[in-house]
Design a binder for this molecule. Sequence first.
Ligand code: ATR
Length: 281
Amino acid sequence: MTDRYAVIGNPISHSKSPLIHRMFAEQTGQDISYEAIEAPLDGFAAAVERLRNEGYKGCNVTVPFKSQAHEVASILSDRAQIAKAVNTLTFDTERILGDNTDGVGLVRDIEQNRSIKLRGKNLLLLGAGGAAQGVSLPILEVGANLFIYNRTAQKAQELSYGLQVFLNRQIVTKHGLNYGLPNYINSFTELSAKKFDLIVNATSTGLSDEMIPLPDSIFAPGALAYDMMYGRETPFMKFARDHDAQVADGLGMLVEQAAEAFLIWRGVRPDTSPVLEVLRK
Ligand code: ATR
């Protein structure tokens, strides 16, 4: 019998997830269906309940429901706890498992698709909202030196502090970590004294065509500027190009986060490169 999956969001008609998952299924020979479902803004929990009752195996969750999905889950992965947001739900008979594959998606796009090893690299994360929270733990787990900078400095501090508390608990329970603690940057002046190998834009500035003001000297030689948005050049990407940095959009992350969800559900990791190639066209 075909196992059913879906993505829930609002709006959802633009979603590339059905296409991506169908290509994964074809490539791996998995018998699944995957559809896009638009839930009313006040109807996310009801939509999840309906899918469970109808025997769906799981769903992806996108804007604006990721934090509601965090509430709905009965068990959360570490990365979903830190993110306070869930993009992948898996239904078993009694429980709803919540995970967040965005951070792994970002890391895999940088490390596998772009052949940049993050361990030991200085990575600046711009933003401290849901998108930044979603990727912070996997960035630390691969050993990057994480710096968080946000327009509202207090939120960067809170995200950094939350990660530290979480990691300190891990150190106690798992007897040591082989990666460092996060740092936050308090001011533009402090930022101006540093250079970064990678800068990841996790702010929502691309949506409004705004730019988070950055010092001209911010890029280390050969640096990569990564915007988690895709579909068009954002002011951040233009800034990076004007400063001779390498530039990436978030399309690879989109495909990689989907692959990670597919792996969770089906136990097979699809090859993302042919799928990314189709989407780039
Ligand atoms: P998301 O879920 O997309 O992360 P969010 O939680 O609303 O959305 O967070 C938006 C992020 O973009 C925040 O870090 C926000 O900064 P503030 O915390 O100071 O609000 C950042 N952001 C949005 N517009 C911005 C702008 N014009 N300049 C700089 N940062 C901006």
